[in-house]
Design a protein around this ligand. Structure first.
Ligand code: PGA
Length: 243
């Protein structure tokens, strides 16, 4: 793992955007994997700026998002579909036909998962995947478990994730209990992975990911086995690494 520790999350976000911009300059038809959550917001703002200044173009790019809640309409303000359009896609010169977010309203989430995985394969796989990390070490919605998941699948969210995401809803009871997520196998299939983490509440998960054993109880620890992972941290998220 290639770990970079920055003075601020703003710097780390810019560094992440540079990696995505370089990928697009190298291959304008790249397949980009995106993530939601508060962590990527600065990186997305930077990609919007680079696009609007004419430095990079998304016209030929294809995108796949990591995950989506089951049971939220696309128009729901907390759906990841809505989030991506509000924070990134609506500001880019991207072709909506090539934007993919799992359909959380699919009648049969398991079939949707299989279809989503097939679409990623048909696109030739993901060239560069953005990840955040949960305080429990999850990536996407791959929660701590006894095994590493493989392909895109439907999951039950853990209490820790429901608690962490309740801040976005009026009440914890409104947080969906299920989600669709790329599997660990899907994520590991990406050519390059960029993981960003900010803040002291991520420090333990970051330490377990980098210094701990490869263990499905910390799903992100599998990234130790990928040969092109860049981890971008602020001082707080890196604080336990420095001990
Ligand atoms: P956050 O979520 O960016 O909102 O902290 C990250 C995650 O849970 O993967």
């Amino acid at each position: 793992m290639n770990v970079h520790i920055f003075d601020s999350k703003e710097q780390a976000s810019k560094a992440g955007a540079i990696l995505f911009a370089a990928q697009l300059m190298d291959d304008p038809e790249s397949v980009l994997g995106f993530a939601t959550g508060s962590t990527p917001l600065g990186l997305y703002a930077e990609l919007v700026r680079l696009n609007q200044e004419g430095i990079i173009s998304f016209q030929e790019a294809t995108t796949f998002n990591l995950d989506e809640y089951v049971g939220l309409e696309r128009e729901h303000k907390e759906s990841y579909h809505y989030f991506m359009h509000e924070n990134l896609f609506s500001f880019l010169d991207i072709d909506e036909e090539r934007v993919h977010v799992p359909d959380g309203m699919a009648v049969d989430p398991e079939s949707e998962a299989v279809w989503y995985e097939d679409m990623i394969d048909e696109a030739g796989g993901i060239d560069i995947q953005l990840l955040g990390i949960g305080i429990n070490g999850h990536i996407g919605f791959n929660e701590p478990s006894n095994v590493f998941s493989q392909a895109t699948h439907a999951v039950e969210l853990t209490e820790s994730t429901i608690e962490a995401n309740a801040r976005f809803f009026n009440d914890k009871s409104e947080v969906p209990r299920q989600a669709l997520t790329m599997g660990i196998g899907t994520i590991m299939g990406a050519m390059k992975i960029v993981l960003v983490a900010f803040g002291a509440n991520k420090a333990e998960a970051v330490k377990a990911m980098i210094d701990g054993p490869v263990d499905p109880q910390c799903p992100a620890s599998i990234l130790q086995l990928h040969d092109d992972v860049t981890v971008l941290l602020d001082q707080e998220a890196a604080s336990l690494l420095l001990e």
